[in-house]
Design a protein around this ligand. Structure first.
Ligand SMILES: *Cc1c(COP(=O)(O)O)cnc(C)c1O
Length: 369
C-alpha cells in the first residue's frame, strides 16, 4: 500500500464542483489583484477566527513581516521566538531590521517554554513571536502575562494553526496580531501562495492594508513607503470556498490523530504528540519521537509510507544564522526534538485502513530492530 504524506488531490476531488462557479466570477470580473473576492474572504476569515480584521497578503512570510513592520518593530530591536520553527519566522524578524533572540521549547509540545522567557528579555526587546507549532497553540496566558509586564508586543505565528484553540480562543486572536499562511499544504491552503494577518487593532489593520498596496490609501497617493504583497483574487475565491469546510477537516485530522494515538500507545520506544490541557490541537503535523528516527523513516519509506521531518535543523544552527554565533548545545530541547521527531502521514482524508497500515509498519519496525 502507498500512504502519501499529504494528498491535496483527495481534498480537491471531494469539493471540486464548488470551485468553478466562484472562479468563473473572478475571471468574469477580472478582479485578480486584491479586490472583492479577497475582501469577501477577509470578512469570512475574521468572523471564523472571532476577530475584527483579517488582512489578506501574499503569503505567511509577508504576514509576519507586515505585522512586525506595522507594529513598529525595526532596526535595533530584539524579537524573541523559538528555534523550533520554519525559518520564515526569523526571516521576517531579520527583514524588518530587528534581531531574533531564541528561547528554548517545552519538550512535551515543542512550543516556547514560558519559564525560560523572562531571561531572554533585554532592554532592546520589542516583541515576542510564539509559534503554534504543528497546530497546537503555545501556552499563551503566561506569555501574554510576561509581555504585558514588560510592555512587549506579542505576534502569533499561527501559520500552522488555522482553527486551533487555546482555552476556547482561536489561535491568532490573542496577541496584537496573528499571522496565517495559506500555502497549499497548510490546513487551509490556497491554489498557490497566500497569507493573512488577523487583528482587533483598527490602526494596525489600516497600516497593513496600506503597506501591502504600495503605501497608498488612495490610488497613486502614497502616504508611506510600502510594498506589493496583495493577495490574488483567485486565492481569495478559493479560500472562501474552502473555509466553509475547515471545521470538518479539522475534525478529520483530530480523529486521525486519535486513531494513531490508540494504535501506537503501547510502544514504549515512541513518544506520541501531547495535547496540552489548554489546547485544541489541529494536527497540521502529527509528529512522533524516537531515538531511532532515521532508521524508522527509511523503513517506512520501504513500505510505501512517506514521512517528513519538521524540522531537522533548528534555526540557531542554520547556516543563514551563523552570524548569531550559536553552537550545538545552546538550545538542548529544540536540538533533541530536531534529532528525534518524525512526522507521519496526516491529512483529513487519510483512511482508517491507511492509518492501521502505518501503525502496523511501525510495530513491525520495533519488533524486528
Ligand atoms: C508555513 C509557515 C510560515 C510561512 O508561510 P508561507 O506562506 O510559506 O510564507 C511561517 N511560519 C510557520 C511556522 C510556517 O509553518
Amino acid at each position: 500500500m502507498n500512504v502519501p504524506f499529504l494528498n491535496l488531490k483527495a481534498q480537491y476531488d471531494l469539493i471540486k464542483d464548488e470551485f468553478s462557479p466562484k472562479l468563473e466570477k473572478v475571471m468574469q470580473s477580472s478582479a485578480f489583484a486584491g479586490g472583492p473576492f479577497v475582501e469577501e474572504f477577509e470578512k469570512d476569515f475574521a468572523a471564523f477566527c472571532g476577530c475584527k480584521h483579517a488582512i489578506g497578503v501574499g503569503n505567511g512570510t509577508d504576514a509576519l513581516w507586515m505585522a512586525l513592520i506595522g507594529l513598529g518593530v525595526g532596526r535595533g530591536d530584539e524579537v524573541i521566538t523559538t528555534p523550533s520553527t520554519f525559518i520564515a519566522t526569523t526571516e521576517a524578524i531579520s527583514f524588518c531590521g530587528a534581531d531574533p533572540v531564541f528561547v528554548d521549547v517545552d519538550e512535551r509540545t515543542g512550543n516556547m517554554d514560558p519559564v525560560l522567557l523572562p531571561q531572554a528579555i533585554t532592554g532592546k526587546t520589542k516583541a515576542i513571536i510564539p509559534v503554534h507549532l504543528h497546530g497546537q497553540a503555545a501556552d499563551m496566558a503566561p506569555i501574554m502575562d510576561i509581555a504585558n509586564r514588560h510592555n512587549l508586543i506579542v505576534i502569533e505565528d499561527a501559520c500552522q494553526a488555522h482553527d486551533a484553540e487555546y482555552n476556547a480562543k482561536k489561535a491568532g486572536t490573542m496577541g496584537a496580531a496573528g499571522c496565517f499562511s495559506f500555502y497549499p499544504g497548510k490546513n487551509l491552503g490556497a491554489f498557490g501562495e497566500a497569507g493573512a494577518v488577523t487583528t482587533d487593532d483598527d490602526q494596525l489593520a489600516a497600516t497593513i492594508r496600506m503597506f501591502r498596496d504600495h503605501g497608498q490609501a488612495k490610488k497613486y497617493h502614497h502616504s508611506i513607503i510600502g510594498w506589493n504583497c496583495r493577495m490574488d483574487g483567485i486565492q481569495g475565491a478559493v479560500l472562501t470556498v474552502k473555509l466553509k469546510h475547515l471545521r470538518v477537516w479539522t475534525e478529520g485530522r483530530r480523529k486521525n490523530a486519535a486513531l494513531y494515538n490508540s494504535l501506537l500507545r503501547d510502544l514504549d520506544e515512541l513518544v506520541l504528540p501531547v495535547e496540552a490541557d489548554f489546547a485544541r490541537h489541529v494536527y497540521h503535523i502529527y509528529a512522533i519521537r524516537t531515538e531511532r528516527r532515521d532508521a524508522l523513516l527509511e523503513f517506512l519509506q520501504g513500505k510505501g509510507i512517506s514521512c517528513g521531518i519538521h524540522y531537522p535543523v533548528p534555526i540557531h544552527l542554520q547556516e543563514a544564522y551563523r552570524h548569531m554565533g550559536h553552537k550545538a548545545g545552546d538550545f538542548p530541547v529544540a536540538e533533541k526534538l530536531a534529532a528525534t521527531t518524525l512526522s507521519l502521514p496526516m491529512f483529513p482524508e487519510l483512511s482508517e485502513e491507511q492509518i492501521r497500515y502505518v501503525a502496523d509498519a511501525i510495530h513491525e519496525f520495533f519488533r524486528n530492530h
